[in-house]
Ligand binder design. Structure first.
Ligand code: ADP
Ligand code: ZN
Length: 735
């Protein structure tokens, strides 16, 4: 009888998960547990922890037992595994007695490769008896930080997990967590009794997440604009209070968004329904407290917004980590106001234990440093997790808008003198009113309109003053008394500045609408209308299949896989299985439906069917899809250029090429920017060119500035296409 060679871990990864190569550390971790050694895996959310125990489970006889506290997640994980042809099941309190028996039988008769168990179930007498009779090849302890009293999510049931090592001496244990805290790490090893475990710490960098911070003013309007640029994209808005989640969700719903709120005060049925609707893309926006997200495995969350300043960097990082788990570009936005910081300080002040209070304040300060950063925000985040980098990321708003400093001593003196003349009794907002000479009731009531510095800072807008005063607070040039109505106070440094002994440098304030958010990705993704249209069709098909089977959409295919399909347009089996995330079973179940959809789509539009033959996996390993995208882009611009040079109008080119007029404008703009033989000025009327370039200059716009302010500034007289052309002309003519 011929013996088949045992599959390699790479083959298992391709066959069951549809991926060509391992992510950093996955292969090493798998080798370690296959060698029978214990391991501790620290990887950020979305880093790919599951593969580290799922692949070994498939390579060895017997099954892997996964302990996870997240009951909601279990069902999804099991469904996702089954969709890939991996026999898996779970045991937790949601199962009926009959269902439980079925799972136990399947485990005992060797029909399972993965068995998920909730910790409270594990320590029932029957479960231990069951485990003893199984052929267990590996224990995986997921969310293992729950074992530590020092972690942010301690669960007493986890404290008993030590018995695993005691009762199952020969079975390796892999503990996994996304919490990087050193104390917690040490505690996990000690509590589980794994002194010899090999520790793997993955990079905490998530380069596909853009990072932006905006001042916390007009938040709703800013969110409206943000959502407007991202039609249909799912996301989460985190708020500090339950009340806030309700009001924000309600306002968004009034603006026409499919938004719902979520917090721990809702009953379990409502919570689970909302969660499901979000998973199925029926709800686009979830407005939630931090109670939302643990156990939500949705790979196509495209953005996360923090409505308020979070309490610490760990929580913040975990929450933004819920965006872009499929690795595609995703955006994060934090609203920051000093008032939020103050209210957090006040909450901390209620904590009685001074050590703990000190810890909370120190953590809050690190969060504030992130929000007020003048250097690359990603470097600040990574250094928090003890991961230093050499380079700025170019995907945060600071990298996109380098800071400029200016000599601000006179400006600071005006503010400090106003503080002195109001006897250090006013808070920030009122001081701004006084400096700007506003005759409002609060000002006149106390007679502040009669002091010498009243109106001394009229030349600056309120948002500018706000920003500069915050900077002064951060520099220590000014103090604030939390216990005295947040009144501003002078200190030694303030007096030195007032006397002209110390200069003050501040960072030039740029209003948010003129800042470049680190978010071009969203618009860039929308640019190829054919790809977008195909993506929508594929999404529709995925939706139908998911509904038929009662599973979340990503269990059929993830967004990343659908995007690869829309880009590569596979019409043959070879082309389809080549895509990331197309496992063997998924091809067999869904592949032909999707290739047919692609083919129909292309045929209906008279587009050519792709004929490429994918190369065998190993050769492509170094560089996937990207290499293929670039030439097509250039080729498509060239085709447009050819027709343009033949003297066709933009409308004719669009018609001829089957693209929208906007896309043709984009092609011509790119060609123009790259020095090609295209004269954009000729595509605009002379008055439009004049008006747009003048306005662009007045608004100090750059190549990537958002267009909406320009649109409004010009009284909505010109279309976005015209604005884009005009702006490109202006930028280029500036040199
Ligand atoms: P975690 O548990 O660490 O938060 P997951 O295990 O859920 O992360 O993985 C996150 C995503 O990354 C999933 O969609 C998973 O399929 C994908 N993934 C995991 N390993 C790989 C890999 N080697 N190549 C491509 N995608 C992967
Ligand atoms: Zn950066």
């Amino acid at each position: 009888m011929p013996t088949l060679a045992a599959p390699t871990k790479e083959q298992v990864l391709k066959q069951y998960f549809g991926y060509d190569s391992f992510r950093p550390l996955q292969a090493e971790i798998i080798d370690t547990v296959l060698a029978g050694q214990d391991a501790l895996v620290i990887m950020p959310t979305g880093g790919g922890k599951s593969v580290c125990y799922q692949v070994p489970a498939l390579l060895r006889p017997g099954l892997c037992v996964v302990i996870s506290p997240l009951i909601a997640l279990m069902k999804d994980q099991v469904q996702a595994l089954r969709a890939n042809g991996v026999p898996a099941a779970y045991l937790n309190s949601t199962l009926s007695a009959v269902e439980q028996r079925q799972v136990e039988d399947a485990a005992l008769t060797g029909q399972l490769k993965l068995l998920y168990i909730a910790p409270e179930k594990l320590f029932g007498a029957s479960a231990m008896g069951l485990l003893k009779r199984l052929n267990i090849n590996l224990f995986a302890v997921d969310e293992s930080h729950c074992i530590s009293f020092w972690g942010h999510d301690f669960r007493p049931e986890y404290a008993q997990l030590r018995v695993l090592r005691q009762q199952f001496a020969g079975v390796p244990i892999v503990a996994l967590t996304a919490t990087a805290d050193k104390v917690t790490r040490k505690d996990i090893l000690q509590q589980l009794g794994l002194p010899e475990a090999k520790v793997f710490i993955a990079s905490f960098d998530r380069p596909n997440l853009s990072l932006t911070v905006r001042p916390g003013r007009n938040r709703l309007k800013a969110i409206d604009d943000f959502l407007h640029q991202r039609p249909r994209q799912s996301g989460i808005i985190y708020c500090l209070s339950r009340k806030a989640t309700e009001t924000v969700a309600e306002k968004l719903a009034k603006l026409g968004y499919r938004a719902k709120h979520y917090h721990a005060g809702l009953d379990a049925a409502t919570r689970s329904r909302t969660q499901d609707e979000f998973l199925r893309d029926d709800v686009q926006v979830i407005v939630a407290t931090v109670a939302f997200g643990m156990g939500i495995d949705k790979s196509n969350v495209r953005w996360v917004i923090h409505y308020n300043l979070p309490k610490n960097v760990e929580g913040f990082y975990q929450e933004i980590g819920r965006a872009g788990r499929d690795g595609t570009p995703s955006d994060t936005l934090l609203f920051y106001s000093y008032a939020d910081y103050l209210s957090q300080m006040e909450m901390n002040a209620q904590v009685e234990d001074p050590t703990r209070r000190g810890l909370l304040n120190a953590k809050l300060d690190r969060m504030k440093q992130y929000a007020e950063a003048e250097t690359c925000r990603r470097r600040i985040l990574l250094s928090y997790f003890n991961q230093e980098t050499e380079h700025d990321c170019q995907n945060c708003d600071v990298c996109q808008n380098p800071r400029t400093k200016f000599e601000a001593t006179t400006l600071a003196q005006k503010a400090l003198s106003a503080v002195a003349r109001t006897s250090e009794r006013v808070a920030l907002g009122l001081l701004v009113d006084i400096l700007r000479g506003s005759h409002n009731q609060k000002v006149t009531e106390k007679g502040y309109h009669q002091i010498k510095t009243f109106g001394a800072g009229r030349e600056l807008r309120p948002d500018e003053w706000n920003d500069y005063l915050l900077q002064m607070l951060n520099l220590g040039v000014l103090d604030i008394a939390y216990d005295d109505g947040h009144a501003l106070k002078l200190n030694n440094l303030s007096w030195a500045v007032l006397k002209g002994e110390k200069p003050v440098m501040l960072v030039k304030y740029v209003p948010p609408h003129l800042r470049q958010a680190a978010q071009e990705t969203a618009t860039a993704r929308e640019q190829d209308p054919v790809r977008e249209a195909l993506f929508e069709q594929l999404r529709g098909l995925r939706r139908r299949l998911a509904d038929e089977q009662g599973v979340p959409a990503y269990v059929v295919f993830t967004d990343a896989t659908l995007q690869a399909m829309a880009q590569q347009r596979p019409v043959t089996r070879e082309q389809m299985v080549d895509l990331p995330g197309v496992s063997r079973q998924k091809y067999e179940r869904y592949g032909p439906l999707f290739t047919q959809t692609v083919q129909d789509f292309l045929t209906e539009r008279g587009l050519p069917l792709p004929t490429y033959q994918p190369k065998p996996a190993p050769e492509r390993r170094a560089k996937p899809a990207e290499g293929q995208a670039a030439p097509t882009k250039v080729a498509t611009w060239e085709a447009t250029l050819q027709l343009y040079q033949d003297g066709l109008s933009v409308a004719e080119i669009a018609e001829r090429r089957g693209f929208s007029v906007g896309t043709i404008y984009t092609h011509l703009t790119k060609l123009y920017q790259n020095g090609g033989p295209v004269d954009l000025r000729q595509l605009l009327s002379p008055e439009a060119a004049e008006a747009i370039t003048t306005a662009a200059s007045q608004l100090q716009m750059g190549e990537n500035s958002p267009l909406k302010p320009l649109f409004e500034y010009l009284g909505e007289r010109y279309s976005y296409d015209e604005l884009r052309l005009g702006l490109a002309v202006w930028v280029k003519e500036q040199g």
